[in-house]
Write a protein that binds this ligand. Structure first.
Ligand SMILES: [Zn+2]
Length: 118
């Protein structure tokens, strides 16, 4: 099973970096996780976020955010449109379900024809 993180929303913000005080170097990114094996893809509901400064090449953690950054964060959080959490079956799984269904129906019909009312 592989786990992958993909970006669902990314936005550059105009606030100053609390670390290096550079302007226009901060980017908010929001991620969602997906687990995948050969049968299905599972999208998780949890959204994680990161604030990264391109100037000092560091992640700015929420403890260092000022009120301005906090407000911009809440704004971008509202804009988020996360992917629906849940399972998505792959072709292989759909085929397996189809085959199992057909085999059960065939077995049922065979049983009815063999042991059913004569
Ligand atoms: Zn910085």
């Amino acid at each position: 099973m592989t786990e992958e993180q993909f970006t669902i929303h990314q936005a550059g913000i105009n606030n100053h970096c609390p670390n290096c005080f550079a302007a226009k170097s901060l980017t908010f990114s929001f991620f969602q996780n997906q687990k995948e094996n050969s049968w299905y893809i599972k999208t998780q509901a949890k959204v994680t976020d990161q604030l990264f400064c391109a100037q000092c090449q560091e992640t700015i953690y929420p403890s260092a955010w000022d009120d301005g950054i906090e407000r911009v964060f809440l704004y971008h959080q509202k804009l988020l449109m996360p992917n629906k959490a849940g399972y998505q079956l792959k072709k292989k799984a759909l085929w397996a379900i189809l085959i199992v269904t057909l085999v059960s129906i065939a077995t049922g019909v065979w049983g009815w024809l063999t042991y059913g009312p004569q």
